[in-house]
Design a protein around this ligand. Structure first.
Ligand code: 5RP
Length: 260
């Protein structure tokens, strides 16, 4: 290990490691995007190398696909898989109903398609991602580049009649130029503060021409694995109504940490 992990990274790591244990031989597994999902990919690669785990992964971004291939995982497309046993992904926020805001990494479109095509979606997150009300994290909305400013104006106008605190939408940038998603689209980040009715907002936003998809994941997530910096993990299952706790050890000699 070349450097001490931050408390947040330790929390993300233990959540990812616990969720990796849910992957069984022969499964088709959606691989999320972001720093927590990157830990997952590393944990899975270790299980493949050390324990002979066999599974096929469907990445939710070019970033995740590159990492998975670099680590020797078998990668297939969603169309090759058709349906997935399990998707494991990070989130920007989750609430008590396991509804989510996603898209901080700009991959919400593929993430939502892949999660929706899965028997189970498991979110891995550090405890700071849990919120009472969604919306403090700006809600990402993927829009096509054509007429994006008109789409932005329509979204802001629509928000006037929605139960939200703020209504400002900003174009996500990548340095001096607009951020471009894997599908060649842009992202508008909606600074809402608090979303009173996430289900209604998700439906209404998607009706606006130019909007491809929004980052609200409603009734998609089945379980959340919450990691803590001291190695504790809590697994909540919304369907079974169960909560279980566990503790994982950090093994500093793990191959996992060599490139960190
Ligand atoms: C990417 C996402 C990520 O899952 C989300 O942004 C969380 O990222 P991280 O694990 O780095 O905190 O939705 O589009």
């Amino acid at each position: 290990m070349t450097g001490e992990l931050s408390p947040i990274d330790k929390a993300k790591f233990v959540a990812a490691k616990r969720a990796a244990e849910m992957v069984e031989d022969g499964m088709r597994v959606g691989l999320g995007t972001g720093s927590t999902a990157a830990w997952l990919v590393r944990c899975l690669a270790e299980l493949v190398q050390e324990d002979g785990l066999r599974f096929r992964g469907v990445p939710t971004s070019t970033r995740t696909a590159e990492l998975a291939r670099d680590l020797g995982l078998e990668v297939i497309s969603l169309d090759e898989a058709r349906w997935l046993d399990l998707t494991i992904d990070g989130a920007d926020e989750f609430n008590a109903d396991l509804n989510l805001i996603k898209g901080g990494g700009g991959a919400l479109l593929q993430e939502k398609i892949v999660a929706t095509a899965s028997d189970q979606m498991v979110v891995i997150a550090d405890a700071a991602k849990e919120v009472e009300n969604l919306g403090a994290f700006p809600l990402p909305v993927e829009v096509i580049p054509f007429g994006w400013q008109t789409t932005q104006a329509l979204i802001e106008e629509t928000l006037v009649s929605m139960d939200v605190m703020g209504r400002n939408a900003t174009l996500r940038m990548n340095g001096e130029v607009p951020f471009v998603t894997d599908e060649g689209n842009h992202i508008l980040d909606l600074h809402l503060g608090r979303i009173g009715n996430p289900r209604q907002l998700a439906l209404v936003i998607n009706q606006i021409p130019g909007v491809v998809e929004n980052g609200l994941f409603i009734d998609i997530c089945d379980q959340v694995v919450i990691g803590f910096a001291d190695g504790r993990v809590e697994v909540r299952d919304i369907n079974a109504g169960t909560v279980s706790e566990d503790r994982l050890d950090f093994v500093e000699t793990d191959n996992l940490f060599q490139d960190i």
